[in-house]
Design a protein around this ligand. Structure first.
Ligand SMILES: Nc1ncnc2c1ncn2[C@@H]1O[C@H](COP(=O)(O)OP(=O)(O)OP(=O)(O)O)[C@@H](O)[C@H]1O
Ligand SMILES: [Mg+2]
Length: 532
């Protein structure tokens, strides 16, 4: 190989070299297989799931209620489990514990992926609001960005909209109140809030028919650009959607996903996972295929951002489709704003290099602790179940140790391929029209009524239906990454190097160069070393 791809992988992590390596087994303790609370006794790093009050809020926020009477659907019973994605989906017979976790991640994603009714309901909600905005302000248009325009929404996600107008004056305080009043008077909005003084003024409300939370911002196109960019990332990056949805749910269950309370927003999560996948040495060198290694990648994600990332000195850059980690001191806008050299997350906005999109995530300490706890819980659970008998494993969940999902019973169908998402269609049309317009005009308004009649190509994502038990032939790669990176042996750990670890990674990553017996021996040896 391929010196270039090796040195590329090494270069990606140079910025970490100054940070002390953290022993990832330091806090590892045994937990009971039967422990469904997800807590680890004595693990200070772990942030427990919320107590029952959060369930109420889950229901309030979530489209877990969507299948209710409003849409004429049968109300399904509430499931009495925190991890319903294992119902009728038992993977306890998987030989490789990492494959079990990967399959559970896929099941979770299938479980929370939208039904036909949910997509139709979201489409209808947008249509109604768009129509209302056009009626109030004939020269204005409402478009969708954020997770509905990228297919990265959980059942409870809000819909982010933006109103752009020919006159460009709708961000004014009177306009915000005018729209809020109009929607309320037409019974198209309840729980309306006008937030006029914020850096980005918005109105927030709940659309009464769907019970979906909606945010409307005004006179800006950056979100529409970001939606297109993120969709291109999703096309190019296997595993991105799955890991983003898991991390979102992980943070949601811990109330760490709300930017207003210092949590990590959806946009920051996407950027972190995108950078992680693009810079992961085993992916960069072609040793593994992310689609078949979601389990270990999730563990690695938790380890990197929970234990090893140098938040004081390192920033994440995802611009120009080439993610990288840079020194904060090399990001001049960050340095000038005092964000360099302090314990905070810095992610450069791909649409605006001066903007740190995670600057409001001031609760980084808890976010980091939660990720570190996720690593400990998952590795511990993997180890326990790996050494358990097949009989004892039946009905158990690995993923359920770190995330929960409560609410109305869902099915495992991903109906995104049956019903087109109108937010995506409209966003694609917007960009097509925009690309036809001369770009030297600032703040150009694209007239939405100028439809080009194109329909969205519905692509079947074939990898979702492949069997994990039959991994694809490796495209390249004859040596292990450790060899390629010149990592001598497990005892010489010093600074963080994600390849140089006596951890789950070296065994659980699906590595066709190691036979099943060797992998089994690894786990047994790990058990011995852990009991010392
Ligand atoms: N700090 C920020 N700076 C600039 N743009 C942002 C910022 N936060 C959000 N955005 C814009 O708003 C969009 C929606 O952000 P959000 O954090 O709500 O993510 P999301 O994908 O919609 O996730 P969720 O489903 O949790 O709402 C982003 O895609 C981005 O365009
Ligand atoms: Mg959103």
């Amino acid at each position: 190989m391929r010196k270039s791809s090796l040195s590329k992988a090494q270069r990606n992590f140079q910025v970490f070299n100054r940070n002390d390596h953290v022993n990832q087994y330091e806090n590892l303790e045994e937990s009971s297989i039967e422990d469904k609370s997800g807590s680890l006794d004595g693990n200070d790093d772990f942030i427990a799931f919320d107590n029952s009050s959060s369930e109420d809020e889950d229901d309030k926020e979530g489209q877990e209620t969507v299948l209710g009477s409003d849409v004429g659907e049968e109300v399904l019973p509430t499931v009495n489990t925190d991890y319903p994605w294992i119902l009728n989906h038992d993977h306890s017979k998987q030989r490789e514990i990492a494959d079990w976790l990967t399959l559970e991640i896929r099941d979770f994603v299938a479980y929370i992926s939208p039904s036909r009714q949910e997509i139709e309901l979201r489409n209808k909600t947008i249509r109604t609001l768009r129509h209302a905005v056009g009626k109030l302000w004939p020269g204005a248009d409402l478009q969708v960005f954020g997770s509905y325009a990228t297919d990265l929404y959980l059942p409870g996600s809000d819909i982010d909209c933006v109103v752009n107008s020919k006159t460009g004056d709708k961000e004014s305080r009177p306009s915000l109140y005018e729209l809020a009043h109009f929607l309320k008077s037409r019974k198209l909005a309840t729980q309306v809030e006008v937030i006029a003084k914020a850096r980005v003024p918005i109105i927030k409300f709940v659309e009464p028919n769907s019970q979906i939370h909606v945010d409307v911002s005004f006179e800006r196109t950056n979100g529409l650009e970001a939606a297109k960019l993120i969709r291109s990332w999703l096309e190019q990056t296997p595993g991105l959607r799955e890991l983003v949805l898991i991390v979102k749910q992980f943070l949601h269950a811990r109330r760490l996903n709300n930017v207003h309370t210092g949590g990590l927003g959806g946009f920051s999560i996407i950027c972190l996972v995108y950078a992680f996948l693009n810079l992961h040495p085993r992916i960069v060198t072609g040793e593994i295929d992310a689609r078949y290694n979601l389990g270990v990648l999730l563990i690695d994600f938790f380890e990197l951002y929970g234990k090893n990332f140098g938040y004081d000195d390192v920033a994440v850059v995802v611009a120009d489709q080439r993610p990288c980690y840079i020194r904060k001191s090399d990001w001049s806008d960050l340095r000038l704003s005092g964000g360099s050299g302090t314990f905070n997350l810095a992610i450069q906005d791909p649409g605006d290099p001066s903007n740190n999109i995670s600057r409001s995530s001031f609760n980084l300490r808890d976010i980091k602790k939660a990720f570190a706890g996720g690593f400990d819980l998952l590795t511990n659970r993997c180890f326990e179940l790996d050494t358990a008998t097949f009989k004892d494993r039946v009905g158990k969940s690995i993923l359920g140790n770190v995330i929960k999902y409560r609410g109305t019973l869902r099915d495992f169908n991903d109906d995104r391929y049956l019903v087109a998402n109108s937010a995506i269609i409209e966003n694609e049309k917007y960009h097509k029209r925009r690309s036809r317009i001369v770009h030297d005009q600032e703040d150009v308004f694209i007239d939405p009524s100028e439809s080009d009649g194109e329909t969205l190509k519905e692509e079947q994502d074939s990898y979702l239906i492949q069997e994990i038990e039959q991994p694809p032939k490796k495209r390249r790669q004859t040596k292990s990454v450790n060899e390629l990176m010149g990592v001598p042996n497990e005892d010489e750990e010093d600074d963080y190097n994600p390849l140089n670890r006596e951890t789950t990674e070296s065994s659980t990553l699906k590595n066709a160069t190691v036979d099943a017996q060797t992998r089994r021996d690894y786990w047994l040896n790990k058990g011995n070393s852990m009991s010392n």
